[in-house]
Design a protein around this ligand. Structure first.
Ligand code: SF4
Length: 328
């Protein structure tokens, strides 16, 4: 079936994998090659169904909690980070831990520890139940308060309104967060924030690109899984900038009725969605009649993160590592 109006596909850039996701996936790949099975991963290594399914096919066992991991086994912590209680349990169970927490999530943890040591009440802006939020709150559970909206700020009570700090989840909507921060500043004029923005560069760049894309196309497809926070935010940003948008796991999820009146379709992908899924979506749009594919790049990204020390140690212990892993 061809859609008579469809002509153009515009790809947002930057899109897809961020440096934290590249690092997390590389960690699992390396561990799979250098350590004997079974390899456990606590939670989804990154929030993408395709990535998780691929690793399952290669023997990785994903667990929700460490009590599902046998004592002494190897476990990888996901990119979203863990609370100190999880680290403590890993120690008790004598697990070999390889930590794939994104360094930009670790930065938020360290800020939480610093503010807690200085006696602040910490207000964390984030989504309840998200693994990153659970990990960050676990750093100082006695003094962290979660808010998700301006209304939450209005209801919030803290022991000393003169000594309040705020932090945020790394993958929030930049615009919604700015409104919540403004409400916090109205309520707690002396509030202090993180030294540098907690919403990470990748989240900001992808949102800026989708905002610009929303002005150029008739509909936007965001490739990412439903539990991916940054992908959900891309869909919302597109919609709030006036463009209909749909979050899809891949090409099979495209519904032609979404595109029936569209001449141009924008495509972007969340920070955990692999580029192969973008290629499959382009192919599907071409089958539906698109004849032109262009990229709209807003900015370049050159961020890279070093592997964690425990992985570096593992690599050093393996003299054949360059032959085993030619691309690192
Ligand atoms: Fe790190 Fe940002 Fe990627 Fe999350 S989205 S893994 S915080 S770089």
């Amino acid at each position: 079936m061809k859609l008579p109006k469809l002509k153009r596909v515009v790809l947002a850039a930057p899109r897809g994998f961020c440096a934290g996701v590249v690092r997390a996936i590389e960690i699992v790949n390396t561990v799979l090659q250098l350590l004997p099975p079974p390899i456990y991963v606590r939670k989804e290594i990154v929030h993408n169904r395709f990535v998780v399914e691929r690793f399952k096919q290669r023997g990785v066992i994903f667990v929700n909690e460490l009590d599902e991991v046998p004592d002494g086994a190897t476990v990888i912590f996901s990119a979203h980070g863990v609370s100190p209680a999880v680290r403590e349990m890993a120690r008790r169970k004598n697990l070999r831990v390889i930590d794939a927490t994104c360094p930009l999530v670790t930065k938020v943890h360290l800020e939480a520890i610093r503010f807690a040591q200085q006696g602040y009440s910490i207000i964390l802006i984030g989504h309840e139940g998200h693994e990153e939020v659970e990990g960050t709150m676990g750093e100082a559970p006695h003094c962290i308060y979660l808010v998700q909206s301006v209304e939450d700020v209005e209801r919030l009570q803290v022991p000393n309104p003169e000594k309040v700090a705020y932090l945020t989840q790394t993958t929030l909507s930049v615009d919604d967060t700015a409104e919540i921060v403004a409400a916090l500043k109205r309520k707690f004029p002396k509030i202090v924030g993180p030294r540098t923005d907690d919403i990470c560069y990748a989240t900001q760049n992808r949102q800026n690109a989708v905002k610009a894309l929303a002005k150029q196309v008739d509909v936007i497809l965001v490739i990412g899984s439903q539990n991916s926070s940054n992908s959900q935010r891309l869909k919302e940003v597109a919609i709030s900038n006036g463009c209909p948008a749909y979050l899809i796991d891949g090409a099979d999820h495209i519904r032609t009725e979404w595109l029936i009146d569209a001449e141009s379709v924008g495509v972007t992908s969340g920070a955990s969605a692999p580029e192969i899924l973008v290629k499959q979506v382009i192919q599907r749009l071409q089958e539906l009649g698109a004849t032109e594919v262009v990229e709209f790049r807003l900015t370049e990204e050159r961020v890279q993160f070093a592997p964690p020390p425990e992985l570096r140690e593992l690599l050093e212990q393996n003299p054949l590592v360059d032959e085993i892993l030619p691309v690192r």
